[in-house]
Design a protein around this ligand. Sequence first.
Ligand code: AMP
Length: 350
Amino acid sequence: MGEPLVIETLEELRDLDLFDRIVKIFDEAEKNGDLVFKEASDFERITDKKTKMEYEIKVVEALSKRPNNRASEPGDDVKVTQEKIADIQKKNPFLHPEPELTIIDSLFGNYRLILNKYPNTRYHFLLVTKEFEKQDTLLKPIELQLMHAILENLNRKIEEKNMTERYFSFFNSGPESGYSQFHKHIQFMMLPSNFHVYQDDVVRGVDYFIPKEIVENRRPLFHKKASFKHYILKLKDDPSDEEDEQDSLAILYMYLIKRALNIYKEHDMEDSMMSYNLLMMPDWIMIVPRRAAKYGEVWQNSLGFMGLFCVKNEELKNLVLELGFAKILEECGFPIEEDEEHIVYNEYGY
Ligand code: AMP
């Protein structure tokens, strides 16, 4: 395990050989049985002709062992009480994470990086707050900046190694987002080798812009053939300094949150229950407003909206194939509309 690693600046984070550190700690933890992980032997990759999205489905046995420590159950119309939070704290795995799984002991004073104990794929890890914070609080500008800096660090290294995987990051927030732990955490996972994601096509050739509802070509981008509402924004690729980068990330995120709130308002849904998945890669950020954590027996968090379906067993795999990827995503999100590109939300509605 070695000395505790403390990272206090973006420069230190940029210079860190993070990927090799993750690989080393993961391999050691796997060898010592500290992880609940078995490489999925069988997976299917399907390109859907209608939605032009690539999907991969696989059985992840660890999902059956993953603990649930939620503040409420999907569909519940109840506010989270202090008693419930106290109860959650008793079995909160992120307050005192296992040293064997710790990648960075202290990041910017308030955070840690730890391996996911029940990973969907190899080298899946989490950024967690040191102190308890609720998963349904908004992301802070520094958290968005850390997400981005970590992604840039990892993907630069992966490219140098001529690997064909890439990391993306995601945040499941709100009772219908598909989260399982209520302590604030952001996740980082590798896409399968040479996996195509539609967001890359959507942002290709687009210059960075600050969105404005009332200007037609300043509204958020989306994949027109998708079955679910989602909003994608290009990230600034040449910020003048760290502050400029943080400001720009915060503006884009607040805009996406406002869009999601507008969808909730349009459907007469309670703001305080607002659920969404936020996904990021080095050059884009995306929000998917959520209305349900599951469709039938099929649970969904951010991963499905990246085209990745991980299920507990063969039975569920068959169910997903029977229901159809696009239908599941549509039912868990909000259905995209035919005239989606002409929808304008009141700029000051929220
Ligand atoms: P989510 O389901 O989106 O809330 O993500 C929570 C993640 O925490 C899941 O992917 C779990 O596998 C992971 N997890 C649960 N318990 C632990 C633990 N003791 N250490 C590290 N990760 C954990």
